[in-house]
Write a protein that binds this ligand. Structure first.
Ligand code: ZN
Length: 163
């Protein structure tokens, strides 16, 4: 069973099992689940927040193959309902998608997108000059991005191994 259900599902709640819960030195609780929809920090994007049973999920990190949910209170071993905060998920997804779209538009102008950061309030894409690049302005990027949005292309995802 794939435990990282967030990779293939946009669902915001599901029933899972709490398989581990330990208190960290900072007083938070590190909760491990049989499966999760709550996306960890990574890829330039902050983690989702949400709930596991009665506990609030403050942050989620990935440590090797484990997804650790950092919570404000202890959650007992056993079944629990998990919920992803929809407003946070939507904001993070929009900022992340916008970053990739801006990167794509910049590359159409001959620039190379080398770095992206999708955090609220500080989202950005860093470009390096490429061969034969054209002048990049906010108006040009906005026009190219609006053309892509108007095209309403379908979302396409795939997985290769662990990526
Ligand atoms: Zn990305």
């Amino acid at each position: 069973m794939e435990r990282r259900v967030y990779l293939r599902s946009d669902d915001l709640d599901m029933n899972v099992d709490v398989v581990g819960c330990s208190q960290a030195v900072d007083g938070t609780f590190h909760v491990e689940l049989s499966a999760t929809l709550i996306h960890p920090h990574g890829g330039g994007q902050p983690s989702d927040v949400g709930t596991i049973g009665q506990a609030s999920v403050i942050r989620v990190i990935q440590v090797n193959d484990d997804v650790i949910h950092i919570c404000d209170r202890e959650e007992p071993i056993g079944s629990a309902c998990i919920q992803v905060s929809s407003p946070h998920r939507v904001l993070h997804a929009r900022l992340h998608s916008a970053g990739h779209l801006i990167g794509y538009c910049g590359e159409r102008l001959g620039w190379k997108a080398v770095k992206a950061h999708h955090w609220p309030g500080e989202a950005r894409v860093v470009f390096e000059a490429g061969q034969g690049m054209e002048l990049m302005t906010a108006d040009t990027i906005e026009r190219l991005a609006n053309e892509q949005v108007a095209a309403a292309s379908p979302r396409y995802t795939f997985q290769e191994g662990q990526v």
